[in-house]
Design a protein around this ligand. Structure first.
Ligand code: HEC
Length: 400
């Protein structure tokens, strides 16, 4: 029986990861939206005197909801208080499990690219895990420094540091490996914010309320700060999670810059929505066209240069077929010789001339425009071979 345990394990983990991630990010969107849309109750009215700081009415799913947020804590705690933390924890746990299964157990295939850096699997894994822990420590220190009082500067510094991380990781890992680690760094910071700052802050609030004391508002404010950081992280992290499908991003020579550019698009969009939630849609509206233009500027700048010298001799199909058989068919064949890749990944096979000719566009995307394939350059394809295929495609990809 050809039961592929690892394949199904991955599928299961991915499924869990996306479900918990949606629940977490959905809650993040909802609560930031809620917080920014609260309006204070009537001054000196009964709600104001009961300590309510803001309220909101909503209709959803056929019913009316009235939400109130207390300035610090209600006079008495309810029997049931809902917490939101397992979404975060399970998103991180399933994400880390997936990272381990794919990129750590499969380090030789997915994480390492010997044409980028010739490192061992152990070294690569150590760098990967170290980057997660190290980034959290740096971020947390930054949050505890005076810089946190200047929101705008703090945001810029954090963005530059993460871009630096993306650059650094792209010097040691494959494009995919670098991208997924930036995503994992952000995800780790987000989950650690919940575990180390937001939850303890909330526990302190509850404990003080239970003792009937006036709680210290500082932990609550710190929790809110981290919650807002998490909110800005969401769109960039979601882009990273889908980037795997787009070799033009992670496979680009300056993939880390592409990542920074698109992350900025996400942050601008997020910022617009946060301004809109505060009733500043008009002032913030300009952010949307800026984000839109930036998206296409990145796309334009990242576009591959496909110029081929006009005098180049005609490349024969037989040469191309020879290269593809040698560099690709160990994985991409009806019966791949590489045992890790059965059946052929994504159903892409290069056994016959027709199969190659059918896939010209994708071959160009994966091999000429980017170095996304061969995976981890395991089959040691050379730049000359890529150029040759590029010229053949530019000359019309004929079966001459
Ligand atoms: C070591 C195994 C291996 C080798 C060698 C390899 N590939 Fe792949 N290829 C894969 C895997 C795994 C995937 C699926 C990647 C993913 O999940 O994103 C893939 C996916 C693809 C895809 C589909 C991409 C998509 O998402 O639409 C194309 C096209 C492709 N490879 C072309 C090539 C070409 C051309 C070569 C040779 C230059 C090559 N591959 C060499 C393993 C390999």
């Amino acid at each position: 029986m050809g039961f592929d345990f690892v394949e199904w394990l991955q599928l299961g983990l991915r499924w869990i990861h996306i479900i918990t991630g949606i629940a977490w990010i959905g809650a993040s969107f909802y609560f930031i939206w809620l917080d920014m849309n609260l309006t204070p109750p009537k001054k000196d009215g009964p709600k104001d005197e009961a300590g309510v700081g803001g309220e909101l009415w909503a209709i959803h799913g056929g019913g009316f909801y009235e939400v109130q947020k207390y300035r610090v804590a209600p006079p008495a705690l309810p029997d049931h208080l809902h917490w939101f933390k397992y979404e975060a924890y399970f998103t991180w746990i399933s994400g880390f499990a997936l990272l381990s299964v794919l990129y750590y157990f499969g380090a030789e295939i997915y994480l390492i690219d010997r044409s980028v850096a010739d490192i061992s699997a152990d070294t690569a894994i150590l760098i990967g895990i170290g980057s997660l822990v190290g980034s959290w420590i740096i971020y947390d220190l930054l949050c505890k420094s005076p810089l946190i009082r200047h929101q705008g500067v703090f945001g810029i510094v954090l963005f530059l540091l993460l871009t630096l991380a993306a650059w650094g990781l792209s010097q040691v890992f494959s494009g995919r490996g670098a991208y997924i680690h930036v995503g994992a760094i952000i995800g780790t910071i987000m989950a650690a914010n919940v575990l180390m700052i937001i939850m303890p802050g909330q526990r302190a609030l509850v404990a003080a309320a239970e003792r009937g004391e006036a709680p210290d508002p500082t932990p609550g404010l710190k929790a809110k700060q981290r919650s807002l950081h998490n909110n800005y992280f969401t769109l960039p992290v979601l882009f990273i999670m889908i980037s795997n499908h787009y070799p033009g991003t992670f496979g680009h020579e300056y993939g880390w810059l592409v990542l920074a550019g698109l992350a900025l698009v996400g942050i601008l969009v997020r910022h617009f929505f946060n301004m809109k939630n505060q009733g500043k849609a008009k002032q913030g509206f300009v952010l949307l066209p800026i984000a839109f233009i930036l998206f296409f500027v990145v796309a334009y700048l990242a576009a591959p240069n496909r110029e081929v010298a006009s005098g180049a001799p005609t490349v024969q199909f037989s040469e191309v077929q020879h290269i593809i058989t040698e560099r690709c068919a160990s994985c991409h064949a009806a019966n791949p010789s590489n045992e890790d890749f059965r059946p052929a990944p994504k159903g892409v096979k290069f056994d016959t001339a027709d199969e190659i000719l059918r896939e010209v566009t994708r071959i160009r995307q994966q091999v000429v425009d980017t170095d996304a394939m061969p995976l981890g350059n395991l089959t040691e394809m050379t730049q000359e071979e890529r150029d040759l295929i590029g010229i053949w495609i530019a000359q019309g990809a004929n079966k001459n």
